[in-house]
Design a protein around this ligand. Structure first.
Ligand code: 5GP
Length: 199
């Protein structure tokens, strides 16, 4: 019997280190599928189509919405972002765990449509660290940094709707905590009902 994979949704303000956390975790775990989102934002230096994102025009993105091609989608700081439905559903049905690194609006849509999804919120150790990380990254103009900081304040208000919180200070500790959340989710009764019945 193939047990369905765990759908883990990771959110947190830009600069909370979600991307770094996923990279650190997948270094040691190759049995997890990290969904590649679609976006209408322009690629940053070094970003590759199909690896970091599927970079779409607004028309292409809207076409995919019409085809019901997204598990969820949202507008964040003037751009659209969405999770391609097909690849995620296929991996989960094959028994593979899936990570979605998405914003809070998308995460809450996922929870509504897939109540078994596990929602994890990442936070940097303090607001000052968040600000320093965003400015230090140097990938955005000061205007965009300010917009993202303001979005962060709104996002953090939604943290209470999540199942778990990871304070991302030391990356190895954060990755270990993410692994512990995966393990606990797999052992939840709801994820083992079919196995118990068959047994
Ligand atoms: P960035 O432009 O920094 O890559 O991403 C901006 C925000 O959009 C981040 O919070 C990121 O997690 C979120 N995001 C990335 N992909 C998706 C997606 O497919 N759906 C939603 N709702 N948010 C996404």
């Amino acid at each position: 019997m193939v047990r369905k994979g765990v759908l883990l949704v990771l959110s947190g303000p830009s600069g909370s280190g979600k991307g770094t956390l996923v990279k650190e975790y997948t270094k040691k775990h190759d049995d997890v599928f990290v969904s590649v989102s679609a976006t209408t934002r322009s690629p940053r230096e070094g970003e590759v189509h199909g690896v970091n994102y599927f970079f779409l025009t607004v028309e292409e993105f809207k076409g995919k919405i019409e085809e019901n091609g997204f598990l969820e989608y949202a507008q964040f700081c003037d751009n659209f972002y969405g999770t391609p439905r097909e690849s995620v559903e296929k991996k989960l049905n094959e028994g593979m765990d899936v990570i979605l690194e998405i914003d809070v609006q998308g995460a809450l849509q996922v929870k509504k449509n897939c109540p078994d999804a596990v929602l994890v919120f990442t936070l940097p150790p303090s607001y000052e660290v968040l600000r320093e990380r965003l400015i230090g990254r140097g990938t955005e103009s000061m205007e965009v940094v300010e917009k993202r900081l303001s979005a962060a304040t709104d996002e953090i208000k939604c943290a209470e709707k999540y199942d778990y919180v990871i304070v991302n200070d030391k990356i190895e500790d954060a990755a270990r905590e993410l692994g512990a959340i995966f393990s606990a989710s797999k052992c939840k009764l709801e994820n083992n009902i079919d196995f118990i019945k068959e047994f």
